[in-house]
Design a protein around this ligand. Structure first.
Ligand code: IPM
Ligand code: MG
Length: 360
């Protein structure tokens, strides 16, 4: 029996997570042995308990086998102090559970080639994986402060990595590359930053253990350009927390919509938290029009990485593709002449196809 903790969070989080929970329950009715619990995080946690990561949520998380998260944040929290902001709850749970390896696959479903902002031929069959370091770098570095000195306001953060942090994410990235096209591109800013020089050095050192993988290095500014110029040149990209945050949003758009990209955040033992890479989208929250596919695809990643259910993961991804093939589109992926369906409608369409595939 696997215990799965659901953290819907804020904005569109609860709506999209509901569809993903339906998917989990569908697998449950076909024999997957899981127990589903719910917890509070982000603004929802702050509103109800005063903390964006309530102690009880952390305890449930530690007792679970996998976590599914919706999204956190919203404009109503803009004036809340930083340590109580919804985003802090997300960063804290990543840090507390040591979820240092963030896998963000960007896969273009051929049915959506025209939804990409790039020409279809540039993105057709795009399949790249961004491996983002998630518990270090400038997001967590000390010292950090916002202060006033002699009447002048100043603020700073620290981008810091030690070699062990770089080494462990390097191993994850090389291993991922070994299972794919065996090409790894490490992204840094080694022409300017000491921390990037160390990053590059350690990547080269770890490379000696993975002779079958081709390693290249690229500066982050060039990588941003290459992602929108010729994204198919990449197989696996590995990078630090901040650079990965930025590049993964760009990569998401290549696939037609940020509403399509799942992610897995794993610790050393493949315990993981799974979440769509998009945010809480407060502008469309509560309207029932958000795209739940990134969250549903995050369930597929959960089945694959944490629950060891490869076949179920494959079947779920097939159900999503079949749904797209049948023409179901939420507003973010619909062409101007196509009618958009609701969050619930596309969720139900996935379940229908899933049931067919599971019965077959
Ligand atoms: C992401 C998000 C988060 C991040 C925010 C919500 C803190 O943008 O998961 O990419 O910056 O990591
Ligand atoms: Mg982001």
């Amino acid at each position: 029996m696997s215990r799965i903790l659901i953290l819907p969070g804020d904005g569109i989080g609860p709506e999209i997570v509901e569809q993903a929970v339906n998917v989990l329950q569908c697998f449950q009715s076909y024999g997957l042995s899981i127990e589903i619990e719910h917890g509070l995080i982000g603004g929802a946690g702050y509103d109800q308990t005063g903390s964006p990561l309530p102690e009880q949520t952390l305890q449930l998380a530690r007792a679970s086998d996998a976590i599914l998260l919706g999204a956190v944040g919203g404009p109503q929290y803009d004036s809340v102090p930083r340590h109580l902001r919804p985003e802090q709850g997300l960063l804290d749970i990543r840090g507390q559970l040591n979820l240092f390896a963030n896998l963000r696959p960007a896969l273009l479903y051929s049915q959506l080639a025209e939804a990409s902002s790039l020409k279809p031929e540039l993105v057709a069959d795009l399949d790249l994986l961004i491996v983002r370091e998630l518990t270090g770098g400038i997001y967590f570095g000390q010292p950090r402060a916002n202060e006033k000195i002699d009447g002048v306001r100043r603020a700073y953060n620290t981008m810091v990595y030690d070699e062990n942090e770089i080494r462990r994410i390097a191993h994850v990235a090389f291993k991922a590359a070994q299972k794919r096209d065996k090409r790894l591109c490490s992204i840094d800013k080694a022409n300017v930053l000491e921390v990037s020089l160390l990053w590059r050095t350690v990547m080269d050192e770890v490379h000696s253990e993975y002779a079958d993988v081709e390693l290249s290095h690229m500066y982050v500014d060039n990588a941003a350009m290459q992602l929108v110029r010729a994204p198919k040149q990449f197989d696996v990209m590995v990078t630090s927390n901040l650079f990965g945050d930025i590049l993964s949003d760009a990569a998401a758009m290549l696939t037609g919509s940020i509403g399509m990209l799942p992610s897995a955040s794993l610790n050393e033992h493949n315990f993981g938290m799974y979440e769509p890479i998009h945010g809480s989208a407060p502008d469309i929250a509560g309207q029932g029009i958000a795209n739940p596919l990134a969250t549903i695809l995050s369930v597929a990643m959960m089945l694959r990485y944490s629950l060891d259910q490869q076949e179920a993961a494959d079947i779920l991804e097939q159900a999503v593709i079949a749904t797209l093939r049948s023409g179901f589109r939420t507003q973010d992926i619909a062409k101007s002449d196509e009618a958009a369906v609701s969050t619930v409608q596309i969720g139900e369409a996935v379940i229908e196809r899933l049931q067919t595939l599971l019965t077959a």
